[in-house]
Ligand binder design. Structure first.
Ligand code: FES
Length: 135
């Protein structure tokens, strides 16, 4: 039996979920991981080093959630974040961290079910990958 319960850091923008949505979502999340939610004003403000730092400090997986294309409150922050994530996946690979441990979702406020599903899916993937061991 696998007792591994990964830490999943969720970096999400303030605008892609309505107030109280996290509490509602909590009951739909699987209990095979520990979610750690950190809010940002916009995914465009998430410095790529935050993600690397999360992995270095004990995250086994990271989810970045932001506004759907065209809906960013800062116009293009989510596009910037999308570019950063593409580069980050390459950097993670170079650091020996499986890029599948990082996932991004772009959501409207009505898409909490998709967010929950994607987060549960990421948790399952990370459980399969096992704990992140950095050398
Ligand atoms: S305000 Fe949500 S991604 Fe920019």
């Amino acid at each position: 039996m696998n007792n591994f319960k990964p830490n999943i850091v969720i970096l999400r923008c303030n605008f892609c979920s309505p107030p109280g949505a996290e509490r509602a979502m909590a009951s739909q999340l699987k209990d095979n991981f520990r979610p750690i939610i950190i809010r940002a004003n916009c995914t465009g403000r998430i410095d790529p080093t935050f993600v690397i730092d999360a992995f270095v400090k004990g995250a086994d997986g990271v989810m970045i959630a932001g506004c759907a294309p065209g809906d960013c409150h800062y116009v293009s922050g989510n596009y910037k974040a999308g570019r950063n994530i593409l580069l980050l996946k390459r950097v993670l690979s170079q650091l020996g961290i499986q890029p599948e441990r990082l996932r991004a979702e772009w959501l409207s406020t009505s898409e909490s079910p998709r967010f929950v599903s994607s987060l549960n899916d990421l948790a399952d993937k990370v459980v399969t990958l096992g704990p992140l061991i950095l050398n």
